[in-house]
Each structure stands twice: as structure tokens, then as C-alpha cells.
Ligand binder design. Structure first.
Ligand code: C2E
Ligand code: MG
Ligand code: MG
Ligand code: MG
Length: 292
């Protein structure tokens, strides 16, 4: 019976794997189709300063499928990364961001905004893909310094030097560089000083523990101090409550992103939010976040 049991287990395991990969390849061909269909849209999540003023946004990819409905990035980004479709998908996002930034030039309330674009390992490791991405985001007429690229620590695992060179080239062409989800990846602190970086993003897993969890406080304080010593900007991600926002301000981090301020929004709704700062301030419950 042991053999029968083992065979049964193996069969179950195999069909689970095959079932999953079938589902993944279905999703993959759907994604390929979606890239040309307008189903992939960029949403923008506000980044705010101490006064609650919106200073920029992070661009987040959204997929509205005609039958499946909303497909979560947690589901389709890994599929896109494995299949290489993250390269054309990233280009769709970059083109949409550029179109938005070109439009914003004509409206004073929006003209100074920066927008961060997430760049996957599969994009930055591919020198030619990176060249195309750079060509998109350096289109003539775009405001200098308006675009940031967000990388995670996982991009440095392979080909550290190649990635560093590509980062330096991005920077020389006016793109600013941010390190996303800082502290959750392959943290070797020695690489930090070797990289052409402008910004560190404190991961939401640390922010979640503020202000009650002493460990989270210690780690957050350390990241903020490290970032400052290295001359980098610090942005906190996943700020959900007034208490977290206040703790971050006290620890010295004054640029925040999270549901407490705004969810990722379709572009027109994000624009409406920027145009209506007073309404936002009135909704905020923390005095520190009211406009001066
Ligand atoms: P990320 O770059 O770290 O993005 C932050 C994620 O946290 C987003 O999830 C955002 O919606 C979510 N978030 C923001 N504020 C809060 C908050 O207060 N609480 C909580 N619990 N979550 C918050 P999303 O949009 O599902 O994206 C997940 C990940 O998918 C991103 O993590 C990024 O790694 C990847 N991703 C999204 N868009 C793109 C893209 O255009 N290109 C690439 N390469 N990756 C992308
Ligand atoms: Mg990001
Ligand atoms: Mg992040
Ligand atoms: Mg993340």
C-alpha cells in the first residue's frame, strides 16, 4: 500500500503542478492579448509630504479583464515575469506615464509631480529592453527629473555590475532611482554605497508594526538613519493609519505613501485628488497632516 500511496501522492502533486502551469499559460496568452487591447491601465497612488500635499505618485499596473474582471498584480506580475511579458507590459506602463506627464505640464497643480515606475529584474537584466525603456521615458518634452525607477534588491543577485552600469546610465539621462521594499530582500548593506541611488522605500511590513512593535520601530529608525547618512530620500510605503504617519514623522521620515492618504486610483481620479487638496486635508485626522 505504501507504493500505492506514494504513487497517489505523486499523481496528485503532478496534476496540481500541471493544473497550475496550465492556468498560468492560459493567463500568459491572455496577457499577451491584453497588452494590445487597452485592458492594461496604469493607476496612480499618491506620495505625500508632511503637510499632506501630494508631491508625486507611484504607477501601478492594473488589468481589467473582460471576463475574469480585475486580475490582481499579485497574480499576473509573477506570470509576466516568468514569461518575459513583463518587458512589453512595462513598456505599456511607461508610455502611459509619459503621456500623463506631458499632459500635466500645462496644469500648474500637476506640473511638479514625479511618477515612479516599477522596473522588474527581467527588464533591467536585459540590456536591450532597458535601452528601449529608456528611450520611452526620455521622450523630448518630458520634464527633467519627473520619472523615477523603482527596483527591488532582487535585481542585484545576478550581474551586479551590469545592473549598476544600467542604473548609472538611467541616472545620467535624468531618471532617478529608488530601492523598493527595502529591508525585505537580499540585504547586504555593502552594496548600498556602491549603487547610484536617490531614494529608499521603507517596506510596508515595517510600517505595519508602528508605533507599537519595538522591533519595527528600531528597524524603521535604522533605515531612516542609514538613508540620511547616505544622502538618500526616504519614502514610507503602506501607511494605513494616522498613528503610523505620526510615528514616521517622529522618526524623521516625511514622505509617505499608503491607504491612509489615498489608494491607487485611475488617472482622472488621481488628478481630481490633486486638484482638491483641502477636501483631503479635512478628511485627515492627524493635525500634523493638515496643511500649514
Ligand atoms: P510595490 O511596488 O511595492 O507596490 C506597493 C504595493 O502596495 C501596491 O500593490 C499597492 O497597491 C500596495 N499598497 C499601497 N498602499 C498600501 C497600504 O496602505 N496598505 C497595503 N496593505 N498595501 C498598500 P499592487 O498594486 O498590488 O502591486 C504589487 C506589486 O506588483 C508591486 O509592489 C510591484 O512589485 C508589482 N507591480 C505593480 N505594478 C507594476 C508594474 O507596472 N511593473 C512591475 N514590474 N511591477 C509592478
Ligand atoms: Mg514599487
Ligand atoms: Mg514596495
Ligand atoms: Mg512589493
Amino acid at each position: 500500500w505504501v507504493t500505492a500511496f506514494t504513487v497517489g501522492m505523486l499523481y496528485a502533486l503532478l496534476s496540481a503542478i500541471l493544473g497550475e502551469s496550465k492556468e498560468n499559460s492560459a493567463l500568459e496568452s491572455e496577457l499577451l492579448r491584453a497588452l494590445g487591447s487597452g485592458e492594461i491601465q496604469v493607476h496612480l497612488q499618491a506620495q505625500c509630504d508632511v503637510s499632506g500635499r501630494i508631491v508625486g505618485a507611484e504607477a501601478l499596473m492594473r488589468w481589467q479583464h473582460p471576463q475574469r474582471g480585475f486580475v490582481s498584480p499579485a497574480e499576473f506580475i509573477p506570470v509576466a515575469e516568468r514569461s518575459g511579458l513583463i518587458v512589453p507590459a512595462g513598456e505599456v506602463v511607461a508610455r502611459q506615464v509619459c503621456a500623463v506627464l506631458l499632459r500635466w505640464r500645462h496644469e500648474p497643480a500637476l506640473a511638479g509631480m514625479t511618477v515612479s515606475i516599477n522596473v522588474s529584474p527581467g527588464q533591467i537584466r536585459d540590456a536591450r529592453a532597458m535601452q528601449r525603456l529608456l528611450d520611452i521615458v526620455t521622450e523630448p518634452g518630458l520634464p527633467h527629473g519627473a520619472i523615477k525607477f523603482e527596483l527591488t534588491e532582487s535585481v542585484f543577485v545576478e550581474d551586479f555590475r551590469g545592473v549598476r552600469e544600467r542604473m548609472a546610465e538611467c541616472r545620467s539621462r535624468g531618471i532617478r532611482m529608488a530601492l523598493d521594499d527595502f529591508g525585505t530582500g537580499f540585504s547586504s548593506l555593502s552594496y548600498l554605497k556602491l549603487l547610484p541611488l536617490d531614494q529608499l522605500k521603507i517596506d510596508q511590513s515595517f510600517v505595519r508594526g508602528l508605533p507599537g512593535d519595538a522591533g519595527a520601530v528600531a528597524i524603521t529608525r535604522t533605515i531612516i538613519g542609514l538613508s540620511r547618512e547616505l544622502g538618500l530620500e526616504t519614502v514610507a510605503e503602506g501607511v494605513e493609519t494616522a498613528a503610523q504617519a505620526e510615528a514616521l514623522l517622529q522618526l524623521g521620515c516625511s514622505t509617505h505613501q499608503g491607504f491612509f492618504y489615498a489608494r491607487p486610483l485611475p488617472v482622472p481620479e488621481f488628478e481630481a485628488l490633486v486638484r482638491a487638496p483641502l477636501k483631503r486635508a479635512a478628511a485627515g485626522s492627524s493635525p500634523a497632516l493638515q496643511p500649514a
